[in-house]
Design a protein around this ligand. Structure first.
Ligand code: ATP
Ligand code: MG
Length: 440
């Protein structure tokens, strides 16, 4: 993408309404624009990150055996009357009436709808286990939308729903998602700690929230220091091996970790004082095992091996890609701007032409622009005739992992400068070596 042709509305001034750094940086970097309280447009740069984050989530969901689909944002109130949640959900639900005076709602979550789909098609234990997910916009009329996309009213959510014949196999479905979540967050450069959590309006007994420690987080959390050094399971993890999955979950749930609602003073006091981490955290994911809470009232029954009909055992598993982006920025930035982890950066490389119009600079830049793209790299090419200071400030602000700087003197000598955004390291190298250096 040529910057001269792109839409990147950078803000020079720090927006006054933004209280936390991720919100400030997302506005300044031209990623989002507020349209009304808690409602945001995703501008081109932000949309690219949203797609990258969703892609990582999708890859790990698919790897674990979940199957993608798409449900509508608008739902019929009747389904929610069946589960009893139409009245329970309260003011967070946006209720809508259509021209035929039928009650609709903008979905805050999809347990009812997926249960309806399931009961319409699945009858036998032989079709289980099943895990269906979608990545779709949700609406919750939050009392206090704030911090930009961290707590918005309309937000993107990946929500998966598992179906199993009994408790045992549904616990394995829970473990599968637990492990997929550990991998997903690690791939985004985040340390997310699974903590025992309250289940709120979704219901059920077994539940974990995945929390990123950050001073700007809204939750108060408590955990053992051991979590800070634990590494997520590798790519080779076998999602069909129930015992191996249970082992991993066991390892990740043995040290103490709980959110404020589930905090247990006695267990906390048993953690040696020097090992205690009491901090603030951002909830980026939440998984629930709720058994037959929806399948019973909604009559989603399957026939078991013994010929008896039983309500199907379910769980639901959410990640907020839009909130995640803010959380990644909270965890990864400096005074000059965002520092994107590799897997979610909007572009892989920023190519800076220091003197557009200079024959040698233009030739070197055009060559690198073509070669890098041919090699599969997403390149943002700053081909604009602006001041050097402004070019550097913009690239640092939008946080692409690698910058390649092409100036007239270097271009003449066949050399460019490469700068890594994270640590600021710089090196000079021959134009012909850039591709190899970036794929190393
Ligand atoms: P919170 O406690 O922060 O209000 P929740 O517990 O109501 O969230 P869940 O129902 O568990 O949220 O939703 C699953 C995921 O969706 C959350 O982990 C979070 O990543 C995301 N999410 C929930 N509410 C919002 C929101 N208002 N804005 C952005 N993302 C959200
Ligand atoms: Mg939650």
């Amino acid at each position: 993408m040529r910057l001269s042709r792109y839409f990147l509305p950078i803000l020079k001034e720090t927006p006054k309404e933004a209280e936390i750094v991720s919100h400030r940086l997302m506005l300044r970097a031209g990623m989002i624009r507020q349209q009304a309280a808690g409602l945001y447009s995703w501008l081109p740069l932000g949309k690219r990150v949203l797609d990258k984050v969703s892609r990582v989530i999708r890859e790990e969901q698919d790897r674990s055996g979940a199957i993608e689909m798409l449900m509508p944002t608008i739902q019929s109130a009747d389904l929610w009357r069946e589960s009893g949640r139409y009245d329970d959900y309260g003011k967070e639900m946006l209720r809508i009436e259509d021209r035929h005076e039928r009650d609709l709602l903008f979905g805050p979550t999809n347990e009812e709808m997926i249960t309806d789909i399931f009961r319409s098609y699945v009858r036998s234990y032989k079709d289980l286990p099943l895990n269906l997910y979608h990545i779709q916009w949700k609406f919750r009329d939050e009392v206090r939308p704030r911090f930009g996309v961290m707590r918005s009213r309309e937000f993107l959510m990946k929500d998966a729903y598992s179906f199993d014949i009994d408790y045992e196999s549904s616990k394995t479905a829970y473990d599968r998602m637990f492990v997929a979540y550990l991998r997903t967050f690690e791939r985004m450069g985040l340390k997310a700690i699974p903590m025992r959590a309250d289940t709120g309006p979704i219901g059920g007994k077994l539940s974990h929230e995945f929390i990123i420690l950050a001073s700007t987080g809204e939750s108060e959390v408590f955990c053992h220091r051991d979590y800070l050094d634990m590494a997520a399971p590798g790519e080779g993890v076998d999602f069909t091996d129930a015992a191996a999955l249970a082992d991993i979950v066991n390892t990740w749930t043995t040290p103490y970790a709980a959110t404020e609602e589930m905090h247990d003073e006695a267990a906390w006091n048993a953690v040696p004082e020097g090992e205690r981490v009491a901090a603030r955290g951002i909830e980026v994911g939440h998984i629930f095992h709720f058994g037959t809470k929806y399948s019973e009232p909604m009559k989603a029954y399957v026939t078991g091996p013994d010929g008896k009909d039983v309500p199907v055992f379910m769980g639901s598993y959410g990640i907020g890609p839009s909130r995640l982006i803010a959380a990644i920025i909270e965890a990864s930035h400096d005074e000059n701007g965002i520092i994107w982890p590799k897997g979610v950066a909007p572009f892989d490389v920023g190519l800076i032409n220091m003197k557009p119009g200079d024959a040698e600079c233009d030739v070197v830049c055009e060559r690198l622009y073509a070669e890098l793209q041919a090699a599969g790299q997403d390149v943002l090419y700053d081909d604009q005739d602006t001041r050097a200071g402004a070019k550097f400030a913009t690239m640092d602000l939008i946080g692409l992992p690698v910058q390649i700087i092409v100036g007239p003197r270097g271009a003449k000598a066949g050399e460019v400068e490469l700068k890594l955004r994270a640590g600021g390291e710089r090196e000079t190298l021959p134009v012909g070596d850039v591709l190899r250096r970036l794929s190393a």
